[in-house]
Write a new protein. Sequence first.
Length: 381
Amino acid sequence: MMKGTNLLILFLVFFLTGCYRGNTSGDGAYLLVDVADNHPKKELLLQDFMDVEYIALETSDEFLCQGMILDIGENLILARNNFTQDGNLYLFDRKGKGIRVINRRGQGGEEYTSAYKVVLDEKNGELFINDMMKKTILVYDLTGQFKRSFLCEGDFGVDDLHNFDDKYLLCAVGMRVNEGEPGKSLLALVSKQDGSIAGRFEIPYKAKKETVFVDAGNFLLYPYSPILFWEDRWILTEASSDTVFSVSSKKQMEPFLVRTPSIQSMEPEVFLFPKMLTDRYYFMERVKKQNGFDRTDWAYDRDEKTFYEYTLHNADYTDKQRINTTLWNHVPNGRIGYWQVIHAHELVEAYGQGRLKGKLKEIAARLEEESNPVILLAVDK
């Protein structure tokens, strides 16, 4: 029965994409993942396969920032506060020195009501703010001067957006609010000038599978990233689909990962979400929709062609502190795998206990408990 299910999935991949590449993994091929499997456990050290950079964000009366990173360019870091709606956008250089604070929050036509998602276009000197309340994308220069605004073509809400190239944003259009055509998720190339859609990447599915858990009055939403960037391609995920797709800079769409059994056949559902991709490992989450959400961390070792249930540790702590992978955050910048906030008070405490070494120890020695956080950047070697 399982063999027949696998063959059906592979046929559907071929039918839907016109790009059958066989049940293998590696360059130019997709990876087949059985979400019902169990895998051996393995401990990984982050520094064994990633270069780790620490950036201490400057602390001053003007620059008091909780370190929620919005985007990272070649020379700039864009951040906001995490749990407040003060409207502040903080620009730092790549060494953490504060450059300016931008705030255009308000109710006017040239203002945003919220700045939850912001894209930095460093090359063109622009910021794109997705104001989900207005269903509007507002554009400012890097000093905060308003330049233009537009609605996405078709008046769809934009859930997620990224800087695709000089001309286009890559957007998840109406996925979370279930707008658009039933049975199909739309990811689109949206013009940076007027919001017109220049290209569409459609992910079909039979029935919508919600990443929402409701039990005894509790409401939980499991967030996942529908768009990830790795090397020269974009990884597109729809929770209701059995196939994760990749899109190249040439706008070609093909299967990247196929899961089995089908999400459409499972109760409770077991989701599979790509989390971080590196030259050595594909990191992913298996998430079972029960007891809230039950998650397991998996890694596919591309060299050994083997899956592991992994734990990840930071070797810059003398006790090799375990990294909480639920806190991973992604920015589409070159080979940056993920970023993570490390709060100053935690580093001050660890320094006092003699638990730090190397560059992290040097940074912690200069911090106070009320300092701005330190940002960990993990960059693929």
